[in-house]
Design a protein around this ligand. Structure first.
Ligand code: S3P
Length: 431
């Protein structure tokens, strides 16, 4: 499917983005392995979260729709998850594969996890190695580094582990395995990453201690907990940038989750000079997470240098930040972001190549990129490279570029944001 985007006279409207993808996965996985039933409301309708739900259903978990979009009753099986009769398919979702591997390592049965072409090229050694240290029998292709992964779960040892990457997926995988380990699991993180697992496990009765970059999880049986999933800041980021770079815009995104371990994009856009053009309204706490409405209006942005601790807390927003940087004055330098190379696509290579097609001036670096602000882009044909966030970032570029921007494989957006194209049409007044 192709989508053609052109810059409207005015970009305006209010919308609610899908439920946070990371919180959605965790609300299903943790409640599935808890004692009791829980209602989860507003979970993401994207393909990634559907993959997690399908895998859990294959283990005997009941996830029944309730009234209202994204509302489900999850009936936890506690320690009684069942051996799946077939391979578990995580689709495009790294979160599904890595988190479920941690859960499966502690289950006394055999499971095989696979995924689509992109997921089968992504690094799994980062979870296989520490799970093997815990005593799990887990193997994969290419010397246990690539999916499919075969796991014969069982009893696990406790480990103290120095994490080589600041990854919430690795951290959460090991925490899920650690729930059934013989003693505490101690993790040393190189930098803080999103903390939804820590928050939700704590709410479900587990003891999680954090001391700066160290985290200790004590083995626990979880008790089911209702979860109200906030709007996904990673999806909201597309409309924030669109509102800032379009010359005549006012876009309101309601109910956006602003957990500090996710909100780096707001800080980065403020560093670029967004000022009063990026406002938080109705700040509140919902379901234990800070939430606000975000209002983005046209702004003159300037280039910045980004690196260090902010990178893991805005890792998924870097492609769309690169779009903002093309429209900014001066140079933007992104460092310490080598993780971008192992996402749904190599996001350093794909962001640079597609924005270059639109007339951007970008240089790839091993661990990031340099973006020379050119102040404008010109429509052209661009590819999604099988990457939802790239497809949506290019659409945002198209909203402020001259001429037509044609996004190929535009359907990839549905991995995290099925209503993306409809929402775009509502903001441009085409609907
Ligand atoms: C996620 C963690 C991040 C992020 C991904 C979702 C999560 O990945 O890129 O979209 O839900 O834990 P890493 O942990 O690999 O950095």
């Amino acid at each position: 499917m192709e989508e053609t985007v052109r810059s409207p006279e005015r970009l305006a409207g209010a919308l609610a983005v899908p439920g946070d993808k990371s919180v959605s996965h965790r609300s299903l996985i943790l409640n599935a392995m808890a004692n009791g039933s829980a209602t989860v409301t507003g979970i993401s309708d994207g393909a990634d979260v559907r993959s997690t739900a399908a895998c859990l259903r294959a283990m005997g978990v009941s996830i029944e729709p309730l009234d209202g979009p994204g509302n489900f009753l999850v009936s936890g099986l506690g320690p009684n998850l069942q051996e799946p009769a077939d391979m578990l398919d995580a689709g495009n979702s790294g979160t599904s594969m890595r988190l479920l591997s941690g859960l499966l390592a502690g289950q006394d049965f055999l499971s095989v996890l696979t995924g689509d072409g992109s997921l089968r090229t992504r690094p799994m050694g980062r979870i296989v190695q520490p799970l093997q240290q815990m005593g799990a029998s887990i193997m994969g292709r290419s010397g246990d580094t690539l999916a499919p992964l075969a796991i014969r779960g069982g009893s696990l040892r406790s480990i103290e582990y120095e994490m080589p990457v600041a990854s919430a997926q690795v951290k959460s995988c090991l925490m899920l395995a650690g729930l059934s380990a013989a003693g505490p699991t101690v993790l040393h993180q190189p930098a803080l990453s999103r903390d939804h697992t820590e928050r939700m496990m704590t709410a479900m009765g587990a003891r999680v201690e954090t001391d700066e970059l160290a985290l200790t999880l004590h083995p626990a049986e979880l008790q089911a907990v209702d979860v109200a999933v906030p709007g996904d800041i990673s999806s909201a980021a597309f409309w924030m940038v669109a509102g800032l770079i379009h010359p005549n815009a006012r876009v309101t995104i309601t109910g956006v989750g602003l957990n500090p371990s996710r909100a780096g994009i707001i800080d980065a856009l403020q560093m670029m000079g967004a000022g009063d053009s990026l406002l938080l309204e109705n700040e509140r706490v919902e379901g234990g997470e800070p939430v606000a409405d975000v209002v983005a209006t046209s702004a003159n942005l300037k280039g910045i240098e980004l690196g260090g601790e902010i990178i893991p807390i805005m890792i998924d927003e870097l492609p769309v930040l690169a779009v903002a940087a093309c429209f900014a004055e001066g140079e933007t330098i992104i460092r310490d972001a080598a993780e971008l190379r192992v996402k749904e696509s190599d996001r350093i290579a794909t962001t640079v190549s597609e924005l270059t097609r639109l007339g951007g001036k970008l240089e790839p670096r091993d661990d990031g990129m340099v973006i020379h602000g050119v102040g404008s882009l010109a429509g052209a044909d661009v590819e999604s490279h099988g990457d939802h966030r790239l497809a949506m970032s290019m659409a945002v570029a198209g909203l402020a570029a001259s001429g037509d921007t044609v996004i190929h494989s535009a359907e990839d957006a549905s991995v995290s944001y099925p209503a993306f194209w409809e929402h775009l049409a509502s903001l441009t007044g085409e609907q």
